[in-house]
Write a new protein. Structure first.
Length: 160
């Protein structure tokens, strides 16, 4: 078992306490204000967060999988399980410790939708330096907020 430094403990506590509290309020306001387009608003929120992060950090990976792994590790300090599906055009990221999803009563939306669009923005940004990297679209299909055992982000490869 890894012993965490004081700084790592503080960051972990902030993620576990403050992020869910603040974020659940943001989601609630989005649902109240834009009930018919809340998912797209959350996707836009994720894109905006990603663009802000890209001003100070960017992934160096050369493949979609390595960019997603590096990004997840940078943001959440853990390596996610990402598996290529048999079709060769779909990757699936499963997150059992999502900081955006927590015990929500009767959630109407996947709370971690912004994470999918954040990953999408990171990968598509990397295409500017590596045009051989295919464009992707990320779909959040499961979330702990909606009662699933884990959050699932499906990375669809759109072109080769």
């Amino acid at each position: 078992m890894k012993i965490l430094s004081d700084e790592e403990l503080i960051q972990l506590k902030c993620q576990q306490i403050f992020v869910p509290l603040i974020y659940s309020e943001i989601v609630g306001r989005i649902l109240d204000r834009w009930p018919d387009s809340a998912e797209e608003k959350l996707r836009e929120f994720g894109r905006r967060v990603a663009k802000g992060i890209l001003k100070i950090w960017e992934p160096k990976g050369k493949t979609i999988k390595s960019i997603a792994e590096e990004s997840h590790k940078f943001l959440l300090k853990q390596k996610p399980p990402i598996k290529m599906q048999k079709d060769g055009h779909t990757l699936v990221l499963k997150d059992r410790n999502c900081v955006l999803c927590w015990e929500v009563q009767a959630a109407k939306i996947h709370y971690c939708t912004p994470y999918g669009s954040l990953l999408e923005t990171f990968v598509n940004h990397c295409r500017e330096k590596n045009p051989k990297l295919p464009k992707i679209w990320v779909e959040t299909t499961k979330s702990r907020a909606m009662g699933d055992k884990y959050c699932e982000h499906v990375i669809h490869i759109l072109e080769e």
